[in-house]
Design a protein around this ligand. Structure first.
Ligand code: ADP
Length: 198
């Protein structure tokens, strides 16, 4: 089934994990801007070199650069029949950019999954992840920067999508399976997944 989805949530909300689960189950391309940037950093590409210090500080990569990466990725064949975006759009300018891009293809987002996780829970999860995975942007300072940007710049994009009636707020506290089940129930209610797909 074709679906064009966006998953939004504060850092530590589990959006990356849930995004992959949902995308895989629906057979659609999962496009995580954070993953794309981290891959470039790892491979030492020109883009990687440009964004390394930005990522480490927890700041946003400039919109033009990010939007170009997303346009390029969504232009690939596997995203033609649906995709799940994780980490983009992250501010109002990016929402406008995505609207323009999708409008040009006669497409639009079908649903926005908003994972709701209280700040203290996010911080606890990120701190635990820092110990396990050693992501270079999981320092105390970068975490605070990222959560601040989320609250100031990313949370407001949900208001835009709410006026379109496409936001599903999902309680992100619980086991991974519980949260996945809540997401699928919401997508089912929208007719995006058939009950048998769950
Ligand atoms: P998290 O949500 O935990 O911060 P992500 O993997 O989504 O992790 O993003 C990691 C970093 O990648 C961000 O802190 C930012 O520097 C960069 N990034 C990802 N998506 C965007 C975006 N849409 N616009 C600007 N920068 C982005």
């Amino acid at each position: 089934m074709t679906a064009r989805l966006l998953i939004v949530g504060p850092q530590g909300s589990g959006k990356g994990t849930q995004g992959v689960r949902v995308g895989d189950a629906l057979g659609i391309a999962v496009v995580s801007t954070g993953d794309v940037f981290r891959a470039h950093v790892k491979e030492g590409t020109e883009l990687g070199l440009q964004v390394t210090s930005i990522l480490d500080a927890g700041d946003l990569v400039p919109d033009e650069l990010t939007s170009a990466v997303v346009r390029d990725r969504l232009g690939q064949a596997d995203a033609a029949d649906g995709f799940l975006l994780d980490g983009y759009p992250r501010n109002l300018a990016q929402v406008m950019h995505l609207d323009q891009f999708l409008g040009g293809r006669d497409e639009k987002l079908d649903a926005v999954i908003a994972l709701i996780v209280p700040r203290n829970e996010s911080v606890a999860r990120l701190t635990a992840r820092a110990a396990e995975q050693g992501r270079t942007d999981d320092t105390e300072e970068a975490i605070a920067t990222r959560l601040g940007i989320y609250e100031r710049e990313t949370a407001p994009i949900l208001d835009v999508y709410r006026t379109r009636g496409i936001v599903d707020e999902i309680d992100g506290v619980g086991t991974l399976d519980e949260v996945t089940a809540r997401i699928f129930a919401a997508l089912e209610a929208r007719g995006i997944v058939a009950p048998s797909a769950v």
